[in-house]
Design a protein. Structure first.
Length: 285
């Protein structure tokens, strides 16, 4: 279904966002409602942000004609906002909970394929010019309930994804956990980064934990520093090492890749292993 109207409404639990309600209206005025949990919502926003960035590129290239289309498409959405009733958010139908999503990107729009809890598949066509409107609708819904913490968390988790969590205490026999993500998701992050965590131990400084992540922002930025701090508290291996030792240094390395190249698990582990050897040598000098 192509959309000509959209509305959002938050469903809260313990004063925090629990589910985000979406109601879509198509060109025939048919309406569909669905609900997204926060992890699914983050994925949806990630897709929307990518499409919104394509709008910026086209505006620079096509000028006023494309700007007029953007204005018209957003006015259409603003004039056709479907009503979400109190009953729909007070007693949400569990069958309409989105269990998974996958995007199919085209030149100027994308199809969101959503699998619902009732096993129905809902396909929503969203033009790139509509993406910013949907993002703003989500933001306003969360701001309405004054859940600033969830807003910050969503912003942070849209900037990176953890792929591997690695125990480096025995580098000749790496132990790791691979975090599973939908295959499409990696294409929405630009850079692979290897991270090493150095700890003060009884035997001096040692590299004991590491991660492979994908990230969209500059590693030298304050946002990246915040992300690295978040990861040290989120990944099990680093958390376990911090309980026994003092984290003293963090080392990062961007893994060279071609545009849209997806590395295998073994390629990621090899890159982390080589970075670890290089850093160990530097530390011992």
């Amino acid at each position: 279904m192509g959309i000509k109207g959209i509305n959002t409404a938050p469903i809260i639990q313990d004063d925090r966002l629990f589910l985000m309600s979406f109601k879509f209206k198509d060109s025939s005025n048919n309406e569909r409602i669905c609900f997204m949990q926060i992890p699914t919502l983050i994925d949806f926003l990630l897709i929307l942000r990518c499409c919104a960035s394509r709008v910026g590129q086209r505006l620079a290239a096509q000028g006023e004609d494309y700007k007029s289309k953007c204005v018209a498409d957003n006015e259409l959405l603003a004039n056709n906002i479907p009503v979400i009733t109190q009953e729909e958010v007070m007693q949400p139908d569990p069958g309409n909970l989105v269990m998974s999503i996958a995007p199919k990107l085209s030149q100027d729009h994308f199809s969101l394929i959503a699998v619902l809890h009732n096993e129905h598949v809902m396909t929503i066509e969203i033009d790139d010019t509509q993406a910013e409107f949907v993002i703003l609708a989500v933001r306003k819904a969360i701001e309405y309930i004054k859940d600033d913490e969830t807003l910050r968390m969503i912003g942070t988790f849209m900037d990176f994804m953890v792929l591997l969590d690695v125990d480096l205490s025995n580098i000749s026999n790496l132990k790791y956990n691979e975090l599973k993500h939908e295959p499409w998701k990696q294409y929405f992050f630009a850079k692979y980064v290897a991270i090493l965590y150095c700890f003060e131990t009884e035997n001096g400084k040692q590299l004991l934990a590491g991660n492979i992540i994908k990230i969209n922002i500059d590693l030298e930025s304050p946002q990246a520093e915040n992300i690295l701090q978040q990861i040290t508290m989120l990944t099990p291996t680093c958390k376990a090492m911090r309980e026994k030792n003092t984290l003293c240094q963090t080392f990062t390395h961007v893994i060279p890749t071609a545009q849209n190249q997806v590395l295998t698990r073994d390629e990621c582990l090899r890159a982390l292993y080589n970075f670890c050897l290089e850093t160990q040598t530097a530390l011992s000098l």
